[in-house]
Design a protein around this ligand. Sequence first.
Ligand code: AP5
Length: 214
Amino acid sequence: MNIILLGPPGAGKGTQGARLEAERGMVQLSTGDMLRQAVADRTPVGLKAKAIMEAGELVSDAIVSALIGERLDAIGDKGAIFDGFPRTRAQAEALDLLLSERGRKLDYVIELQVDEDALVERITGRFSCANCGAPYHDRYKLPKVAGTCDVCGSHDFKRRPDDNETTVRTRMAEYRAKTAPILPYYQERGLVRKIDGMAPVEDVAASIDEILGQ
Ligand code: AP5
């Protein structure tokens, strides 16, 4: 099964993608994670993407489509969870081609419907363990022991450079202008399922599971 998780910044795509990967043996393909890794590794792609990401704008369609193509080649016959891709009509068309070239098809586009103002708080409050990546939030999920990662015991935490309010607002504007308009492309094919992304994480998970089946 191949699915797209679609929604604005902070809608919960990464949270649900990671859960689906852990529970279903699918592979989460997050272009945001791939680009952040490229920035950290100072690859040519990372050097190009860094300033664009810090401004909250979109990296070029050609770069992200190539990243997805490479990853699809590496996951064998496992199902793919597209998280943060596609984000433009050109990327949606590129994905169709990448999938058909590999004998795959899209099963669902799951739209997480959310309230943008609430998302700003979600995003600006989040941080993660610098060692194992375990996610936390200033308000909703603090480590059980202050300053110590619940999972690996590290005392080192980090925040994304694009998780400040100004950049988040730009990221949301980009979503409204370039990503939301691709929904009809999938609606015409009957692939879109809408769920309430403002519900608690477990309820969002249950809604997704209901769509995907057991
Ligand atoms: P990317 O990394 O994809 O960021 P994003 O889309 O802005 O999404 P986020 O990761 O911020 O949010 P999310 O929906 O995954 O939410 P999460 O689960 O983390 O992209 C970053 C940048 O890379 C882009 O701005 C762009 O520059 C570039 N880029 C990436 N892909 C690109 C592409 N295809 N084309 C061009 N450029 C691209 O949750 C957020 C927080 O909320 C967490 O703290 C979480 O614990 C919490 N939370 C989640 N669900 C719930 C819930 N139900 N209730 C309460 N809290 C919740």
